[in-house]
Write a protein that binds this ligand. Structure first.
Ligand code: SF4
Ligand code: SF4
Length: 107
């Protein structure tokens, strides 16, 4: 994806992508669990589910597709330790419809 001017508008749209998933690695599980004051096994049981392709664990979503960590004011409840995928959107991690999802990308 070409590098465009970007300013995050704090809209939370990237955390509400319908059918979007956020995979978590072992290292991400460890750091998020520690941040939340949980053991890793408890975190995995309570806060993750198996990805549709069964290749990894993913963060849980709400029925409307939004991430379970998105607050009502569009903030990330685990921001200091959020997964790399979230940290690098919409540049290093991206997908074909990032430009449609993210109003922070200059058109
Ligand atoms: S969709 Fe783009 S502008 Fe909106 S919160 Fe996510 S990164 Fe920021
Ligand atoms: S972990 Fe945070 S940044 Fe990532 S999708 Fe969930 S609310 Fe958004």
């Amino acid at each position: 994806m070409e590098q465009r001017e970007f300013k995050c508008r704090m809209c939370g749209a990237c955390c509400r992508i319908k059918d979007g998933i956020v995979r978590v690695s072992d290292a991400e599980i460890a750091r998020i669990a520690a941040f939340l004051g949980m053991g890793e096994a408890e975190f995995i049981a309570r806060e993750t589910e198996v990805a549709p392709d069964r290749k990894s664990l993913i963060l849980k979503s709400r029925p409307d597709g939004s991430c379970a960590y998105l607050t009502d004011d569009n903030l990330c409840r685990i921001n200091p330790v959020k997964p790399d995928k979230c940290r690098t959107f919409p540049f290093e991690w991206t997908n074909p419809d990032s430009a449609e999802v993210c109003p922070g990308l200059a058109r």
